[in-house]
Design a protein around this ligand. Structure first.
Ligand code: X2X
Length: 342
């Protein structure tokens, strides 16, 4: 009928310009994009998230406006639920630790294999090489667009009871861990008594003595003032390090113009590089200022000798072997090869 024909023409007139403008129509952009992190400023993690938002604003002329939600507040502090919320779109973007996403993506447990990575170069060999690409390809199949690798860091162990130099020193200590059951296996293998809880719950648990110890990068140890929560013994054992990943929910990503996508990517790459540098500040042989600060807080810092470290590695080898199978033997072999060639 004429009426239907006219309606059809009217509809076409409405939809054609919309199709031409496509997904990149600025009118489709949200007023605010929610960026999830566990830690805010002044932690390196929060500085990195903040910097990403700032650079995106600059590079997109304000078209993309990001607000950071630290404390994983978009999932009520339950950091192991962050990735699911990101997939579902409750969170638009995140700078997240591989530890917190490993319950959903078993391959991310790679970085938590005890004593896989001896140093920062080894970590870089993974994130900046083929292994990093493989993991990004995998993430891209899980409703997110991964953009850059940042860093939380090498997780050193602290406790309120006594210095740790041997696995026997860990015996019976209540240690707070987070993430996948891999951590329960590691600390159980060492004779400790591990208990899983979020970062939000960890701090009161440390201060009341409900748990004796925890493991986290030194930048966190200092910024969270863990020495004031009774953590007076710190052992540098370098057993694992967690990278951070800068990602955007895939639908959100697809809603942006090519130009804006590239701006967000470039901003992530730059913010991540800056964040990695900040996370390593003061903990290297050339610059150990952060370690000096920790010592000045009355913390006894133990640095394991290679032989002492070997005892921890031997004790956790069965955990490594068990989890290497779950992560994927090929991925673990590729990681070991990349580390060997670093
Ligand atoms: O909860 C932790 O230990 C932290 C802050 O390092 C992570 O989110 C993995």
């Amino acid at each position: 009928s004429l009426k239907a024909l006219l309606a059809g023409i009217a509809l076409a007139a409405l939809t054609v310009p919309a199709l031409v403008a496509g997904a990149a129509n600025a009118a489709d952009y949200k007023a605010e994009y929610k960026l999830s992190t566990v830690l805010g400023k002044p932690f390196p993690w929060g500085v990195g998230g903040d910097r990403w938002a700032e650079l995106v604003k600059e590079k997109t002329g304000g078209r993309i406006n990001i607000k950071m939600y630290p404390g994983t507040s978009l999932v009520n502090g339950d950091q192991t639920k962050e990735f699911t919320a990101l997939r579902q779109g409750t969170i638009d973007m995140a700078v997240g630790s591989t530890i917190n996403w490993s319950p959903q993506i078993k391959e991310l447990n790679l970085f938590s294999l005890p004593f896989l990575m001896p140093d920062h170069k080894a970590l870089d060999a993974l994130t900046q090489g083929e292994v990093g690409k493989k993991l990004f390809d995998l993430l891209a199949t899980k409703d997110v667009m991964p953009l850059a690798w940042g860093e939380n860091g090498f997780r050193e162990i602290s406790n309120s009871k006594h210095p740790i130099r041997t696995p026997a020193d860990l015996k019976g200590l209540k240690i707070r861990v987070v993430g996948s059951p891999l951590y329960l296996d590691t600390f159980t293998a060492l004779g400790a008594n591990p208990t899983q809880m979020s970062w939000a719950d960890a701090q009161p648990a440390l201060s009341t003595g409900a748990v004796d110890g925890q493991e986290n990068p030194l930048a966190i140890f200092v910024a969270a003032k863990l020495a004031t929560l009774g953590q007076k013994n710190l052992t540098l054992w370098g057993y694992v390090a967690d990278p951070l990943i800068f990602v955007v929910n895939k639908e959100v990503w697809a809603s942006w113009s090519k130009e804006d996508q590239e701006a967000v990517r470039a901003a992530a790459v730059q913010a991540a590089a800056e964040e990695v540098a900040i996370s390593r500040k003061g903990i290297t042989a050339e610059d150990d200022s952060l370690l000096k600060e920790i010592t000045a807080q009355g913390v006894e810092v133990v640095r394991l000798t290679p032989d002492q470290q070997k005892a921890f590695q031997t004790a956790t080898q069965p955990v490594f072997d068990k989890w290497a199978k779950q992560i994927g033997p090929d991925l673990v072999k590729a990681a070991q090869a990349a580390i060997g060639e670093r």
